[in-house]
Design a protein around this ligand. Structure first.
Ligand SMILES: [Zn+2]
Length: 171
């Protein structure tokens, strides 16, 4: 009985582990965590091994291997030696999985969060979906280039405050 209780106490709770993972930054946009990004799909104990299931973001982002390593390192720092990172490809990651907190953090970092249906083809607006400026909130914006600082982002410019900004493309 005592042995069982000791073993249980030594194992951090799933809640604790989620909290720790919330501190693991996305390598490309360090202001949001891997949990904010919505790529951590499941955390569970299988015997003495901690299994973290991760769905990679779209293939244009080369950060997936880095993310797995950072998750492992963060958990090792907390004393969890036996970590298995499982990759789950289906259903595919979508920007809809970015949390509300994550969207706010993107905005305060100067990146417009994904808007469903917003398409970007140069200055041509393909539909009525607008991307709001993360700095002044104006919806009077235009797409400058479908590719921003990374393939996940597009370059926009605000016509109200005239600031350029990155838009995290909806996917
Ligand atoms: Zn603006």
């Amino acid at each position: 009985m005592v042995t069982v209780m000791t073993a249980t106490a030594a194992k951090p709770s799933i809640d604790d582990i989620w909290r720790w993972l919330e501190a693991v930054p996305d390598p490309e946009i360090p202001v949001i965590s891997v949990v904010d990004l919505g790529i951590v799909r499941d955390v569970s104990w299988e015997e003495d091994a901690l299994v973290v299931t991760v769905t990679p973001t779209y293939s244009g982002c080369p950060a997936t291997a880095v993310i797995a390593l950072e998750i492992e390192n963060a958990l090792r720092d907390r004393g969890i030696e036996n970590v298995t990172i499982k990759s789950r490809l289906s259903p595919a990651w979508t920007t809809r999985w970015i949390s509300a907190a994550g969207r706010e953090k993107l905005k305060s970092y100067g990146i417009a969060p994904p808007v469903e249906g917003a398409a970007c083809a140069g200055a041509l607006r393909l539909n009525d979906v607008t991307v709001s400026c993360p700095r002044c909130g104006s919806s009077d914006t235009e797409c400058v280039s479908p590719f921003g600082s990374t393939p996940c982002k597009a370059s926009y410019r605000c016509k109200a405050c005239l600031e350029p900004f990155d838009y995290f493309k909806s996917f």
